[in-house]
Design a binder for this molecule. Structure first.
Ligand SMILES: [Zn+2]
Length: 149
């Protein structure tokens, strides 16, 4: 999916949580951590929004390989917790990461959730295809509705 679709879904999850719970941490940092998590997996793509800024990573990791998997998600989340020391922001990062893997699983390339197993969960919605744009539109509409609500 397009990076902007990942952001719009991350933002949606963040808005739902901050509007429905009393978080003892900064709401904007919480949403920021979800959005970071929702973009992070594409660090393995040299052409992605985040991968362009971290080109080295894509030399070592195949796109939609290890970094798009549950084991590496768990490792990155632990690292995030070690760096931030905050369980709430870590949960937010994890949620964003998970949302990324979920909607990437809707694409033909799919996601190897249990890497190093090569078994992939795939769908038929192409990245930058009509459904990617429709999802973007749908998530963005909900984002705006929650922002003004
Ligand atoms: Zn991805």
């Amino acid at each position: 999916m397009m990076f902007i679709t990942h952001i719009s879904l991350g933002l949606l999850l963040g808005l739902i949580i901050v509007k429905s719970t009393a978080l003892p941490v900064s709401q904007s940092l919480f949403i920021g951590a979800i959005i970071l998590g929702s973009l992070f997996p594409d660090i393995d793509s040299a052409t992605s929004f985040i991968g362009k800024r971290m080109k080295l990573v894509s030399l070592f990791f195949k796109h939609r390989g290890a970094i798009h998997s549950l084991p590496v998600m768990a490792a990155c989340t632990m690292l995030f917790f070690i760096i931030t020391g905050n369980a709430y922001y870590t949960m937010a990062f994890l949620l964003g990461y998970l949302s990324h893997l979920l909607i990437d699983s809707l694409t033909p390339m799919g996601v190897a959730w249990m890497w190093p197993s090569k078994k992939r969960i795939r769908g038929a919605l192409r990245t930058t295809g009509i459904f990617d744009f429709l999802l973007l539109l749908f998530f963005t509409a909900l984002d705006l509705a929650l922002i003004v609500a």
